[in-house]
Design a protein around this ligand. Structure first.
Ligand SMILES: Cc1cc2nc3c(=O)[nH]c(=O)nc-3n(C[C@H](O)[C@H](O)[C@H](O)COP(=O)(O)O)c2cc1C
Length: 190
C-alpha cells in the first residue's frame, strides 16, 4: 500500500512539474547569427549588466541608448506622483530626446538584441526614438528586459509594431539581479 502511495505521489509530482513548465511557456533559447549588436537603455544599471553579458557571450558590440537629459534617482521615483517618470508616463506625447540613434556600421549587423527596463509593465519609452529611427530590414531582433517582477508582456511586440521592420523574436525577461549564467542558459551559440 505504502509503495502504491509513493508511486502515486511521484506521478502526481511529475505531472505538476510538467504543467508548471508548460504554464511558463518553457524557457527557450536563442541562437544569434552573423555580427551581433547589443543595444540597450538602462536607467540604474541592471539592463546594462545583462547587455554586457550578452556581448561577452556572443562576441557582440554594445550600443547604449542615452537620453540627452539623464535620469537622476529622484526622476526615477515611480511612486512619487511629481517625479519625472510619473509625469512622462501620464503624457501620451512624451518624447525623450536621445544623444544619438545612429549606430556606426549599422548595416553590418545581422542580429540586434535590444534591452530595456520594464516601466509600468511596458518597455521603458526611452527606447522608442531609437526603434522609430532605425531600419531593421533584414535583421533578427531579439528583445530582452529586466524588471523586479513583471514579465516581458507585450513589450517586444509593441516595439516590433513601432519599428515596422525586422524579424522580431519573442525575447526574454531577466530579474533585476540576474547573473551571467542566467544569460548563458538563454543563448545557445551555433
Ligand atoms: C519608472 C519605473 C517603473 C517600473 N515599473 C516596473 C514594473 O511595472 N514592473 C516591475 O517588475 N518592475 C518595474 N520597475 C523596476 C525596474 O524594471 C527594474 O528595477 C529594472 O531592473 C531596472 O533596470 P535598469 O537598472 O536597467 O534601469 C520600474 C522601475 C522604474 C524606475
Amino acid at each position: 500500500m505504502k509503495k502504491i502511495l509513493t508511486t502515486l505521489a511521484a506521478v502526481l509530482l511529475s505531472l505538476c512539474l510538467c504543467v508548471g513548465l508548460a504554464a511558463c511557456g518553457g524557457d527557450s533559447t536563442v541562437t544569434p547569427s552573423g555580427d551581433v549588436l547589443v543595444v540597450y537603455f538602462s536607467a540604474s544599471g541592471n539592463t546594462g549588466r545583462i547587455a554586457n553579458y550578452i556581448a561577452e557571450i556572443t562576441g557582440g558590440t554594445t550600443f547604449e541608448i542615452e537620453p540627452v537629459v539623464p535620469y537622476t534617482s529622484a526622476d526615477l521615483r515611480w511612486t512619487d506622483s511629481s517625479s519625472c517618470v510619473v509625469q512622462e508616463h501620464n503624457d501620451p506625447n512624451r518624447n525623450v530626446e536621445l544623444t544619438t540613434t545612429q549606430v556606426e556600421n549599422w548595416d553590418s549587423y545581422e542580429t540586434v538584441f535590444i534591452g530595456y527596463p520594464i516601466w509600468w509593465q511596458e518597455a521603458s519609452w526611452v527606447v522608442d526614438n531609437f526603434v522609430k529611427d532605425n531600419d531593421f530590414t533584414g535583421k533578427t531582433v531579439i528583445p530582452f528586459c529586466t524588471s523586479s517582477s513583471s514579465g516581458l508582456g507585450k513589450s517586444g511586440e509593441l516595439l516590433a509594431e513601432m519599428a515596422g521592420t525586422g524579424d522580431w523574436k519573442e525575447g526574454k525577461r531577466f530579474s533585476s539581479s540576474a547573473s551571467k549564467s542566467d544569460v548563458e542558459e538563454w543563448i545557445a551559440l551555433k
